[in-house]
Every structure is written in structure tokens, then in C-alpha cells.
Design a protein around this ligand. Sequence first.
Ligand code: AMP
Ligand code: MG
Length: 363
Amino acid sequence: MKRLLPLLLSCALLAGCGAGQASPSAGTEADTQYFFAMDTIMSITAYDGDTSAALVAAQQEVNRLEALWSRTRPESDVSRLNDHAGDGTAVPIQPETARLLETAAAAARESGLAFDPVLAPVMDAWGFGLTESETTAVHRVPSQEELSALLPLTRDLPQVAAGEDGSYTAALPLTGQAADLGGIAKGASAAYVVDALTAHGVENAILSLGGNITALGCRPDGRPFQVLVTDPLASEDGYLCTIALEGGLTCSTSGGYERYFESDGVTYHHIIDPSTGYPAQSGLLSVTTVAADPALADAWSTALFVLGPDRALELWRSGEGTVAGMELILVTQDQQVYVTQGLEEGLQFHGEEAGYTYEIVRR
Ligand code: AMP
Ligand code: MG
């Protein structure tokens, strides 16, 4: 579990941006809440407004969404959807779940199923799914036969229907199918957390929801928040670069280094290429996306990790589609770092000594 420590450290550094400094709007001091949810450490720092009530409400919001989206809680919307896969039942779901499934399906379609919200049968075969905690997971390398039998279950997206009364249902068409929204749910939560914070008068805050960092407003000194991007090769905590994150944007990082196991000297990580059923080998160590929509930032960091650097930059350069509206940091296995031009201002590169070279990519 190397993942937890860097997360904690980056949270601490982020919180440190504002600690002890004057708040931009007079009144309360910065207040930080750390908590464990969605199988990861989260932190929220609020710089103004009714910070204590805001942080309680924000954490409650994450807990509420986890109760809807968890695969391990039998009563969650996702568990009930999975339980009825293939039996023709249209399962009642909350509007938040309908929105999440729709966003996930949009990312799936646009990425050619590189982002796949129904990859659960394959995730489970590797032992990456269905555990409350990664520390209790039992990992294994499934046989090619086993994966070939499971892959047909990972291609049909959930069918979401809206009722006339504003209610929603969802269904999975095939028996044995299961949704796993681990690649999008944490990012998607950020929008709800921001709403909970603003409802309590918070205008400036920084959220770190397991690999997804969302900025609301700015730092107490009026400058944008700074986010440290992890060096995916560092055995201890090490950082590749610092970027400036403007208010309203989310920075989401996906990397094979976050969760993995070793078997017979081979490392297998948790981001699966849905076209093969094996951990994605696209030549990337990590992908960071910066986007206005936190759910899409999260989904596409996973999708671009699967698609690889050439396709990622092609989508970004095309000027059309979701990726063209994002900024990217792509870290390749040969330690080349591609940073798209929108992140150039405020970029501090820390990776030279560790052997990285970087290039600003322009349109
Ligand atoms: P992230 O850390 O956001 O990249 O999400 C990784 C998680 O997403 C994994 O732990 C799985 O639950 C899930 N996942 C893995 N591969 C994929 C994929 N190709 N598409 C969608 N979700 C995936
Ligand atoms: Mg993701």
C-alpha cells in the first residue's frame, strides 16, 4: 500500500498552502478534515465560510454517495443493479447514480471502451474488485481461458431509464455482468462536495478525494492552489512536478503504481485494458488530467492510461471531444513527461534528478 503515504503527504502539503495565513474573506481560519472513504484517504480544507459545518456536510455527502455506489454494500444502488444483472429487472436508483452511470457511459463510448464501467467480472478475476479494503484483497493471475470467458460480459453498458415522475431505473442486460465505478466515483463525488461546501458559505477550498484534487476559489494569498504530481517511479514519496490549479478545476491522476501485486517476478497493476483483460501496457506510468468536470477528469485519466501517449495526444490535439478541453500530463515508461501547453504557467518540474525529461506539447 505505497499509495496511502503519498496521498497523505500531498494532502498535508496542500493544506500547508494556507495554514497560518490570512483568509481571503475576513473571518474564519482554514480548517481541514481528513477521513477514510471509498477505500482511500480523503482530505478537504476550507478557507472561509462556516468551515466546521461545511466540512461535516462535505464528509456526510461522500458517505452518502459511497452508500449508493459501493460494490461491497449489499443495499447500494450498484450492488442491487449487479444482483439483478440479466434478469430483466429495472432496478430503482437515485438520480445521483443515474447521472454517474450516464457520465460513465459517455466516457466509455467516447473512449472506445478504454474506460469500461462494467469491467467488474475481470477486475474480480484479478482480485482487484469486491473487497472493502485493498489490504485484504487476494490477488491472482487469471488464465487466458478464464479472461476470454469473462470479456463478453464487459461490453454492454448499463441501461438507464428516466420515469415521468423524475425517478430512475437501471438494468444490466447480461447475466454475470457487474458494474464497477471505481474509476469515476471519487471524481464524481467532488461536484457534490463542492455543492455542500458552497451551501455553507465556503468560497475557497481544496479537496483531495483519492487521486482527484479539486480547487474551489484560490489560496489565501489570492494565487491558484498548487498540486504536487507524484513521481510514479519513486519508491518513497517523490514528486515529478508542481502545477497551478485554478478554481473550478479538478486534477486527476491514474497510475499503475497506485495498486499492484507481484507474481513470479511480474508486476500486475489495477488498470485493466478492456480489450485484453490484462493490465494496460500502453507505455505509460501515469496520466494526469485537468478538467472542469471532476467525474470526466477521473474517467479520462483511467481511459488515457489504457489508450497510451500517442492516442492521448492525438485526442488532445484534435481540438474536438472531451480530451481536447482538458490539459494533460503523460509520463511514459522511458521517463518522458508530456505536459500540454495550458499547464505551462505555474509549472515547476522536479523530475530531472530522477532521470525524467519533459516537453511542453502545443497545438
Ligand atoms: P483510477 O485510479 O481512477 O484510474 O481508477 C482505477 C480503478 O478503476 C480500478 O481500481 C478499477 O476499479 C477501475 N478500472 C480499472 N481499469 C478500468 C478501465 N479500463 N475502465 C474503467 N474502470 C477501470
Ligand atoms: Mg479514474
